[in-house]
Design a protein around this ligand. Sequence first.
Ligand code: 5RP
Length: 218
Amino acid sequence: MTQDELKKAVGWAALKYVKPNSIVGVGTGSTVAHFIDALGSIKHQIEGVVSSSDISTAKLKNLGIPVFDCNAVDMLDIYVDSADEINEQKQMIKGGGAALTREKIVAAIADKFVCIIDESKQVSVLGKFPLPVEVIPMARSAVARELVKLGGLPEYRQNVITDNGNEILDVHNLQIVDAIALENTVNCIAGVVSVGLFANRGADVVLVATADGVRVIE
Ligand code: 5RP
């Protein structure tokens, strides 16, 4: 199976976690794009969604799925999203698609985070995938200096402006053993909007697409 076929399999497998008449939190990326297609097939059975990016919103609206403003929703039953890396504690690196801040917000109001991945995303230690950090543009260099002090090698993601009008630093050279501590430390740097470590709020259920089918880790 190709990687995209694995992403499609796991995107459709996530449908079983969607409750009738609920509002669903929707992530961002090529795996989630398949989940959105799957949601389209049951759009009359759900109330709608809260989206984590402009790109997901456009695809959702295109399929005729109602998209609610996050401010209009108290809580969500589930949030479905992928990850760039995930460890055995279900802690993740996310933000390869630059949507980390909104993804964190929508995940935070969801009761259950359903992470949909192909096997290539599973790691024992987080950090091989460069850690995305969304920064206020005027703070980019100052934040980068602080990240160097933490042992990272930050790289400015050229030509990318987030949906929130900010910039991204991708931090290389990290071996993230204590993900919660690093998430908290980076969050405290002035000028950081959010860090793509999802450790304080990790996933609750992980669906892993393999050549032999979709494995469920709870
Ligand atoms: C976007 C994300 C995505 O979940 C992550 O980059 C994985 O993407 P894909 O499904 O395309 O492999 O965090 O900000």
